[in-house]
Design a protein around this ligand. Structure first.
Ligand code: SAM
Length: 160
């Protein structure tokens, strides 16, 4: 398979292995990785961040559920939040994730941003959070909500 698919598979395997609840994808671009991992039942929150506002605008519809998703409802609610931001800024919205991914991002950073990147990701973002597990099986609905300029929240709700 092409290299980008191998990278997505690598992340997919990590999700399988470590069962994170919260994943942040820095430089999410067209949200292909999010699309690929969102079916994992362990996930409760996926955040995608990209510096390109237009990409954020375009991807929100793509992340709505497939009709097949309704046939096998999740046990846990899942929220996907896309926002405009930078992987080289300390951003408190990126705190407390179990897994932080960035695929094909660093080669797009200039040398100044590249120097800031490790400090932001490894020194600031990657803190382990404690999350409450909510059990709520049965029907599933999805709401795509605009919560601000270039901020979209996609909520998969599961209820009795
Ligand atoms: N990760 C996606 C994938 O694998 O399909 C997209 C990869 S694309 C080659 C690089 C992405 O990084 C672009 O969407 C670009 O807008 C984004 N990007 C570049 N610099 C960034 C930064 N400082 N913070 C966040 N995103 C950035």
């Amino acid at each position: 398979p092409p290299l980008y698919r191998q990278r997505y598979s690598f992340v997919n395997d990590l999700v399988n292995q470590h069962k994170p609840k919260k994943v942040a994808d820095l430089g999410c671009g067209n949200a292909s990785l999010i699309q690929m991992i969102k079916s994992h039942s362990c996930l409760e929150l996926i955040v995608g961040v990209d510096i390109n506002k237009d990409k954020i605008e375009l991807q929100r519809c793509r992340l709505s559920p497939f009709s097949g998703d309704y046939l096998s409802p999740r046990d846990l609610n899942l929220s996907i939040i896309l926002y405009h931001g930078s992987a080289v800024e300390r951003d408190s919205r990126l705190l407390g994730f179990d897994l932080v991914t960035c695929i094909e991002l660093i080669e797009h950073l200039d040398s100044e941003d590249l120097a800031r990147f490790p400090e932001v990701v490894f020194g600031y973002c990657t803190q382990i959070g404690v999350f409450q597990k909510i059990r709520a099986p049965a029907t599933e609905s999805c709401i795509v909500e605009q919560c601000g300029q270039h901020v979209y929240k996609i909520v998969y709700s599961v209820s009795y």
